[in-house]
Design a binder for this molecule. Sequence first.
Ligand code: CUA
Length: 200
Amino acid sequence: MQIEPLIQKTIQSFRDFYAQCRTIPIDQLERKWITISLIVIGFLVSIITLDALFDGVNPPSKVETIDSTSLQLSQEFEEDNLGVQVDDKGNITIRMVAGRYSFFPKHIAVPAETKLTFRWVSMDVLHGVHIPMTNMSTMIVPGYVAEITTTFPKPGEYPVLCNEYCGLGHNHMWSNISVIAKEDWTAPAASQAKGVSNAK
Ligand code: CUA
């Protein structure tokens, strides 16, 4: 397909459109406000673009489903399998369940300055999770797995907050994560390779 004429044609139609727009009588003040709104839109779109390109803030790229009503039977999210796990290659995965009104397990300890993969699921309604000072902010939609990769820059106690209204106890739905200096952190004893806890 010849691309050159197509480009020409598109440019021409934009020119025609612009010329036509210029003939429409627009009030001075209105013209000013149209310009301001276009600038604001351009500004917001550029923030989103820069975030996506440089801060790794992206919409979820893959859709993974799960049956929220039987998480305890799902193998991956059964009770013994929650929390921090390290596989043979040293990758750290953290599986968390959100439910009215807490995140389970209630408390975990992770190393600072280390890439962590969080996998979140909901056992009841829509929740959100937000950890200040990190890129962790996502909805936890029942029926879906929300996977986010993050790194905690420095040790300390980080709050984990629910940021989607989920019921009367919503404002009490929080827990915390202890971030420990990389050298002091040891993998939990029960830590094991991905999704193999099937002893019951
Ligand atoms: Cu869970 Cu709000």
